[in-house]
Design a protein around this ligand. Sequence first.
Ligand code: SF4
Length: 230
Amino acid sequence: MDENVIAQIKAFVHLQAELGLRGVDTSFAPTFSAIDNAPQNLADVREELGDCQRCSLCTGRKNIVFGCGDAHARLMFVGEGPGAEEDRQGEPFVGKAGQLLNRMINAMGLSRERVYIANIVKCRPPGNRDPELDEIEACEPFLRKQIEAIKPDVIVALGRYASQRLAGSDIPISRLRGQWKSYAGIDLMPTFHPAYLLRNPSGKRPVWEDLQQVMRRLGLDAPGRRPRSM
Ligand code: SF4
């Protein structure tokens, strides 16, 4: 139980004593279990994460890549895990794939500063290998807390790992993308990862269709043509 909750219990007991009540009448007491589970803000989540050593990815990282962007964003992007450049800078999606993601965001009429960007795991898997299940399971609770703090209207999952994990599905990403799913009660749109699009530019058209769906759900103007920059 944190100090806040203890202080609230003390204040409540003190009030009861001042009212001349003997014992503790809990009939109108705040629900302390609910306070315990009160949503954290992003700074609280970062503080709780600390110098995380909850999985083996901590041993090879330079930086924890927590996430970046608007703490009250309506749109959140979730990728797989940090690469070498992200690990070095401590910020998600800053390499070539990140530059393409920026262009995708700009094509939606938004900017990187107006959305929030995070990953399923916050430390770089060695050699850019896929994250293991135990690593995802150790890290995902913090992603969930970030999402609960930000309360976005829509989450876009980038790539197979993020899409399958957040959608709770093992359907291949080629069939999963473009279908509305839900994560923690929030609309979820799975789509291809920008790194995949760098290798397979033909995937840009379906991704643009997915982003158009997202724009419509957010009430944003959705231009029909894919901008040449994307
Ligand atoms: S990947 Fe996540 S759970 Fe694992 S050490 Fe890094 S922050 Fe902690």
